[in-house]
Design a binder for this molecule. Structure first.
Ligand code: C2E
Ligand code: CA
Ligand code: CA
Ligand code: CA
Length: 274
């Protein structure tokens, strides 16, 4: 029994080592990917709920890891966060997205911000420098923040948001409804928008409890004068239901998948001509 126990232990440790090595390799590759600008951005349309016109885009990072193929940001963003690479990555994404947005006058551009970036008091400074160098109007930029960090650090969150809003950029609460949410304190943080998570919107047609929760959430946000985006809309009826509840903006595969910059430029010019 003792022997078997030792064997299991060894086996477990081997698995741990393999895991650690894999992660180190991933970190190394990611570091290089950031330095050599191997990362790319795609953009997903944000559309007006009543006209379905594209009013903005959300920038989403992509990585085609050499020898491995595309890796989801759900995998490498957490690695970037635990290794400190997130700051360089985030700066790259913000700069690229603002540069791209120069081609699409009056479209909003939404950029995801990790807690690791947001926590850094210098973050507002680098947002300012990107705004200055790209000469993009601050009001067109929305920074999307998830609620996890907010709950842990309400006071610092409030200060960070204040600094950012002083620059004129907008701040949105991302993935609302995916965890513990208290819409009651949303207003005190000064969020300009909330984005309802796909885990809620995906059930709007089938699940009456999800439906009632959505209806109440959107109504409450609206009573606080906070506009609401519903994400993850895959079929027209979902979009229509959420518009009826009062969402002013929709996002999801039904309106457009994340796509290369050139595709957005094409859509934008077609829309302008119409
Ligand atoms: P997110 O910010 O909630 O982004 C929306 C995710 O939902 C994207 O996944 C998008 O492709 C996907 N999506 C959009 N519409 C639909 C739909 O109708 N159906 C389904 N099934 N999915 C839809 P993606 O691009 O894989 O990104 C995953 C997450 O990774 C993002 O979630 C965000 O939290 C993070 N992320 C992506 N890019 C960045 C970045 O540049 N910086 C940071 N910090 N995080 C990022
Ligand atoms: Ca987002
Ligand atoms: Ca989201
Ligand atoms: Ca998400």
């Amino acid at each position: 029994a003792k022997e078997a126990g030792r064997a299991r232990m060894t086996c477990y440790e081997t698995a741990m080592d393999a895991h650690r090595e894999e992660r180190n390799a991933l970190e190394l590759d990611l570091r290089r990917a950031i330095e050599t600008e191997e990362l790319t951005l795609v953009y997903q349309p944000l559309v007006d709920a009543s006209s379905c016109e594209m009013t903005g885009v959300e920038a989403l990072v992509r990585w085609n890891r050499p020898g491995h193929g595309p890796i989801s940001p759900e995998i490498f963003i957490p690695v970037a966060e635990t290794t400190g690479l997130i700051e360089a990555l985030g700066l790259f994404v913000l700069r690229k997205a603002c540069e791209a947005a120069q081609q699409w006058p009056d479209l909003r551009v939404a950029v995801n911000v990790s807690p690791g970036q947001f926590r850094n008091p210098a973050f507002a400074d680098y947002v300012r420098s990107v705004l200055n160098s790209t000469e993009i109007e601050a009001g067109r930029v929305t920074l999307e923040i998830t609620e996890g960090y907010i709950i842990q650090n309400p006071e610092r969150t409030r200060q960070s948001i204040e600094r950012l809003k002083m620059l004129g950029v907008k701040v949105a609460l991302d993935d609302f409804g995916s965890g513990f949410s208290s819409i009651g304190y949303l207003r005190q943080f000064g969020f300009d928008r909330i984005k309802i998570d796909r885990s809620l919107t995906m059930n709007v047609l089938e699940d009456s409890r999800a439906r009632e929760m959505l209806r109440a959430t959107v109504a409450l946000a609206r009573s606080l004068d906070i506009p609401v985006t519903a994400e993850g809309i895959e079929i027209e009826e979902q979009g229509r239901a959420l518009q009826n509840f009062g969402c002013d903006e929709l996002q999801g595969y039904f309106y457009g998948k994340p796509m290369p910059e050139a595709e957005i430029t094409k859509r934008f010019s077609i829309q302008k001509a119409a």
